[in-house]
Design a protein around this ligand. Sequence first.
Ligand code: HEC
Ligand code: HEC
Length: 292
Amino acid sequence: MKSNLAAIFLCLWVMIACSDHSFKEGKYFAGGKYVTAETLNKGKMTYTEYCMACHGVNGDGKGLSAKGLVPPPRDFTLGLYKFGQVVSGELPSDQDFKHIIKTGLNGTGMLAWDMSDEQMDSVIQYIKTFAPAAWEGKDKKIGEAIVVTPDPFGEAHKSAAIERGKEVYHITGQCQTCHRAYVSKEELSAMNKKINNQAITDFDANLYEVKSQDSQHNVKTVPPDFTWHSVRSAKSVDELYVRIAAGIGGTAMPSWKDTITNEDIWAVSHYIRYLMDMKDTPAREELIKRLQ
Ligand code: HEC
Ligand code: HEC
């Protein structure tokens, strides 16, 4: 009997010892940040409790609750993130991760999480361990934070911003090549005549449809119709400014920071906010009907 018990304890000890994947050493991450083994182990506990169901035991986004989620949970093994306040493709800061986890992503399975600062900081460090090639090593760099400049329009000149934003959206930026257009063909042609001194005679057949795009996240991503779909990472004009300047990492949505002027980024941010305000209103129905 006694030896049976001893054998059982020995078995248990072996099982526990062999399944102990805890961190024994700290790690250096991008930006020269050193994180202790203790922090990583705490982060793993928080992750297992709150995040694993969707993001998966291996961080690959294939957790048990991930089935059927559109968009799917982020695959952390790619080391590629969408919504940092950095030019798309660059590594986000801890502050960016914190913002995303605290705020959640509108209209997705990624809800807002309320946790202690210690849990928050440790889980952020832990998710980096899924992508060692991107994060590990003192030489790796975090992207430079996009600075929100003062809004040149503000509330006082909001309608001028929206008017200019409409031109930036449809002519300067051609956002409708992926997203959809929100003006009639006559209006589009007139705007092009005003800006480029040339009328448009040839229109895309799918001018009023959103065009699904390939992404490096191994899924197609849909450019939102701003009067209908959720904008994931932004509600205010300031947040839209950040997103449009930054782009969306690993997707077709480019960074507009050095492509259009700063003033035009602000103008188109006001215009997108104006489109978002149309959601669920009769004005949207009228507009959509008029453009069919
Ligand atoms: C119910 C499922 C679910 C749970 C639970 C969940 N997430 Fe997510 N998470 C998602 C989805 C879905 C996305 C992708 C949204 C998108 O692509 O627009 C996501 C995206 C993310 C991103 C990527 C942001 C970016 O910029 O690319 C981070 C970081 C993240 N989650 C962290 C966490 C952490 C930390 C936890 C636990 C505290 C957690 N998530 C729990 C579903 C979940
Ligand atoms: C080459 C294709 C492409 C072009 C051009 C493009 N976008 Fe996008 N955009 C996308 C895709 C794809 C998404 C969705 C990415 C995702 O959430 O996975 C997106 C998403 C967005 C979002 C939503 C961000 C969020 O947090 O959900 C905004 C705002 C946006 N685009 C603004 C613009 C503006 C303004 C322009 C023109 C100046 C533009 N886009 C041009 C492909 C494009």
